[in-house]
Design a protein around this ligand. Structure first.
Ligand code: BV8
Length: 228
């Protein structure tokens, strides 16, 4: 473990793959003949809300059935023990970082276990299906959508993320293909801020050439070895 003071860790679907949660690119992002980019957009929700609600109801039940793996547990240990600033920015909508015990976690693309009311803007912890259009607990309107950042929507807490990245001494990317922005651009911002950059991934990613170092292998092996 380096002596860096401030660490930012970006995680993607690859860190949850060994917990049984599908990644986007493994199945070519296909789901019931739809590309994720087509299902995970506001336009798709407007066009066919039942299809999109079913997609996220399926994802939510998969999250509830999954367990954290050794990579999530190693990051949680680092989070507990690291004296400097540390932020886990996850692109994942699962709660496996939190269930492993991490607390300094930011979900930039939302969370499967949260519902967002389009009528009153309230957000609620949510574990049930949304497909049957339940009423919002706050305003009673049947206007709940998945609390997920779709393509074309602004990721959450971008200012906080970029402030952490530009202050970081070390930026670590784990289990992401580097296919989607703005997350895929964080390594450049870290490099411009003179942070060291490390990638832990099963395969080379679209951004591998931008990292000081890339280690290839499963997260359940690479992450505990790096945290030690
Ligand atoms: C934005 C939540 C602007 C949903 C996700 C045209 C129109 C509109 C926007 C755009 C456009 N063209 C480009 C854009 C920008 C767009 C984008 O980047 N598109 C791509 C396709 C080119 N981005 C956006 O739209 C973003 N918003 O730009 O807003 C704006 C500005 C102002 C005001 C308003 C708006 C928002 C993007 C967020 C979309 N939501 N997720 C859901 O989960 O269903 S994206 C989703 O895919 C993930 O969250 C992640 O971000 C992304 C990539 O997924 P990964 O996590 O990397 O997973 P992937 O399967 O790709 O890769 C897995 C990796 O793990 C692989 O490398 C594999 O090797 C590795 N791996 C596998 N197993 C293991 C492993 N590694 C280790 N161990 C293992 N065992």
């Amino acid at each position: 473990m380096t002596s860096s003071r401030n660490i930012v860790i970006l995680t993607g679907a690859g860190i949850s793959a060994e917990s049984g949660l599908a990644t986007f690119r493994a199945e070519d992002g296909l789901w019931e003949e739809h590309r994720v980019e087509d299902v995970a957009t506001p336009e798709a929700f407007a066009r066919d809300p039942v299809l999109v609600q079913r997609f996220y109801d399926m994802r939510r039940s998969a999250v509830l059935a999954a367990q954290p793996n050794a990579a999530h547990r190693a990051l949680a240990r680092l989070d507990r023990e690291w004296p400097g600033d540390l932020l886990i920015v996850t692109q994942n909508i699962d709660d496996l970082h939190e269930r492993a015990g991490a607390t300094r976690v930011l979900h930039m693309h939302g969370e499967a276990l949260s519902a967002w009311c389009m009528a009153c803007d309230a957000r609620h912890p949510w574990r049930e299906p949304l497909g049957d259009n339940p009423p919002c607990p706050a305003c009673g309107m049947a206007a709940l959508r998945p609390d997920i950042v779709w393509f074309g929507e602004m990721p959450y807490q971008m200012e906080r993320i970029l402030a952490a990245v530009t202050r970081a001494d070390l930026f670590v990317s784990i289990g992401t293909s580097g296919a989607v922005y703005p997350a895929a651009g964080f390594v450049q911002a870290a490099t411009e801020a003179r942070a060291g950059t490390l990638e832990l991934n099963l395969d080379r990613s679209l951004g591998s050439r931008l990292f000081d170092e890339t280690r290839l292998g499963p997260a359940s092996a690479l992450v505990p070895a790096w945290v030690e």
